[in-house]
Design a protein around this ligand. Structure first.
Ligand SMILES: *Cc1c(COP(=O)(O)O)cnc(C)c1O
Length: 392
């Protein structure tokens, strides 16, 4: 029996060791606090849940196979949202496709644009799916380091010419997971100009567009004139509307790229459950109160995390977006993995080691803000004890 090279060559799952410790601790009855995972703890708003219940009960047509590229009503609603939110003119039939979560769109997109042997430019540290999509397509991932001294933006000038000749696709993600960095329109203008010069397609993952603080407004890469020639963007309802479990997102942008993605999807899956699309229409029509409420919750949590870190002599810039605080591992620990495992073993607190997001994440760790307030406070108290102990 053979297992395909693309599977056996996939990078080792770097959270596996932490997961093993987690299960051991849980079996022993340890009260674990998970500050590792980025998954909103607040439930989906009632108005969306209620719409869903009503639709499932009263619209049996939604129980049948969905349209491959999403219901036309959902696509129109998504396009109207993009117009209101980013002033984009996106054609709902030609330039937009519904996704079963943006993870699905990311994983499939390399199949739509990269041939085996092509290079896919992947940020590092990053959400692991960009790398995986290149591997699944038989393409060659090339890592673009996101370094603190560059504000976690890739340095395009550092990519060698022989790589650029073979590069067909670049993934970007701002506001960024895991570094919490943001990008402004001048960065996106540079990225689009670079992509055009080298005949590269950009897939921008805008999953955290609404998880922004202190008045920061995250842009769309498609606001850049000419971006519609070579870019697509992914927008997910997961984070802004606490809908991670529902699996609903959409891709939009360059028409031929969207058509190619639609073709991959038509060959591999159906669209999202139509009832979920209809409930999502309600969410897209009235997102503001939910988003404002979530911003308040995350801002307060962020401020508590930053204040504690500061009091412990671990200063860290206050993030302007995302669900994460990203900071250096205290110097007495040899690696992010060693730090995370020691914290888990000693205090039952889980944080994500930076190396789990790629080699350039080494030396950092990530605290997620998606834990209920009292548990976050308890987790921070334990982190304080751990750091004070480990210093002495
Ligand atoms: C959470 C997250 C997403 C959202 O994925 P969905 O599949 O839409 O739930 C996408 N990209 C990044 C970087 C994320 O952290």
């Amino acid at each position: 029996m053979q297992i395909a090279d693309r599977i056996t060559s996939m990078p080792k799952y770097l959270f596996a060791e932490i997961d093993r410790l987690k299960w051991e601790a849980r079996a022993k009855g340890v009260d674990l606090i998970n500050l590792g995972v980025g998954d909103p703890d607040v439930p989906t708003p009632d108005f969306i849940v209620n719409a869903m219940v009503d639709i499932v009960k009263n619209q049996p047509a939604t129980h049948q196979y969905p349209e491959y590229d999403g219901d036309p009503a959902f696509r129109r609603s998504a396009a109207a949202y993009l117009k209101k939110r980013f002033s984009l003119d996106v054609h709902p039939d030609k330039e937009l496709v519904a996704l079963i979560g943006s993870k699905e769109g990311i994983a499939h997109f390399a199949l739509a644009v990269a041939n085996p042997g092509d290079v896919v430019l992947v940020p590092d540290p990053a959400y692991p799916v960009y790398y995986m999509s290149a591997v699944l397509a038989g393409a060659e991932p090339y890592l673009m380091p996101l370094l603190e001294e560059n504000d976690y933006l890739p340095d395009f000038a550092a990519i060698p010419a022989h790589i650029l000749r073979r590069a067909r696709l670049m993934y970007l993600n701002y506001p960024n997971n895991p570094t919490a960095a943001v990008a402004d329109l001048s960065f996106f203008a540079k990225a689009v100009a670079f992509a055009k010069e080298h005949n590269i397609v950009i897939c921008h993952d805008n999953a955290y567009a609404e998880i922004t603080f202190d008045g920061f407004v995250a842009p769309s890469i498609l606001e850049i004139p000419g971006a519609e020639d070579c870019c697509i963007e992914l927008y997910s309802l997961s984070k802004p509307l606490n809908m991670t479990g529902w699996r609903i997102a959409f891709a939009y942008g360059q028409e031929k790229l969207i058509a190619a993605l639609r073709k991959v999807k038509t060959a591999t899956d159906s669209g999202p459950f139509t009832a979920i699309q209809f409930a999502a229409i309600e969410g897209l029509a009235n997102p503001d109160a939910t988003i404002a409420g979530m911003r308040d919750i995350y801002t307060a949590r962020r401020d508590r995390v930053i204040a504690l870190l500061k009091s412990l002599g671990l200063p860290c810039a206050s993030p302007r977006a995302s669900l994460y605080v990203w900071l250096r591992v205290p110097e007495q620990f040899p690696s992010s993995q060693a730090f995370s495992m020691a914290l888990l073993a000693s205090q039952g607190v889980i944080v994500s080691p930076g190396v789990g997001f790629g080699q350039y994440g080494e030396g950092y760790f990530r605290i997620s803000l998606t834990t209920p307030d009292h548990r976050l406070d308890e987790g921070l108290e334990r982190l304080r004890n751990f750091l004070l102990e480990s210093k002495s």
